[in-house]
Design a protein around this ligand. Structure first.
Ligand code: RP5
Length: 156
């Protein structure tokens, strides 16, 4: 049985983001948090992003993790379409090594926040842990799991 009924959406812009974002889903699995992984780009599949976000709450999602590299507009576009918390993961892979994505994701104008984590692998893992921390506000079982995680050195 999972530790929560609420799902996390883990959305990334490209199949090239998948290997890093598997670290995020590994962490969610360890915490027993249900998630759905989606690959959709804000510029290649804008209608798909729009449709997914239109139905996100009805479909049981409580938190959105959105990862992208380069111009990395995906997390901001997603945040514009929901009042659910959005966690943005900037990814490496460009000539600028993810600093481009970091600056893009972290610089959301006032009113439409994206909680931005570190570039790459550390960010992918921390996005999962932050999502669990948010869900744990109303879930003592998950809070307990977070304490266990800290006791084992805050890594899997
Ligand atoms: C972004 O552009 C993706 O998130 C990816 O990190 C980057 C490059 O994508 P591909 O050209 O490899 O599909 O949209």
């Amino acid at each position: 049985m999972s530790a929560t009924e609420k799902k996390v959406a883990v959305i990334m812009g490209s199949t090239s983001d998948e290997s890093v974002m598997n670290k995020c889903t590994d962490y969610l699995e360890w915490f027993g948090v249900p998630y759905e992984k989606q690959i959709m780009s804000a510029h290649r599949h804008p209608e798909k992003v729009e449709q997914f976000m239109f139905n996100a709450e009805i479909n049981g999602f409580a938190i959105i993790i959105a990862a992208a590299g380069m111009a990395a507009h995906l997390p901001g576009v997603i945040a514009s379409k929901t009042t659910l918390p959005v966690i943005g993961v900037p990814l490496e892979g460009s000539a600028l090594n993810g600093v481009d994505a970091l600056y893009s994701i972290v610089q959301m104008p006032a009113g439409i926040p994206v909680a931005t984590v570190a570039i790459g692998s550390a960010g992918a893992k921390n996005a999962a842990v932050l999502a669990v921390e948010i869900l744990a506000l109303n879930n003592p079982e998950l809070k307990q799991k977070l304490q266990e995680f800290r006791q084992k050195g805050s890594k899997l």
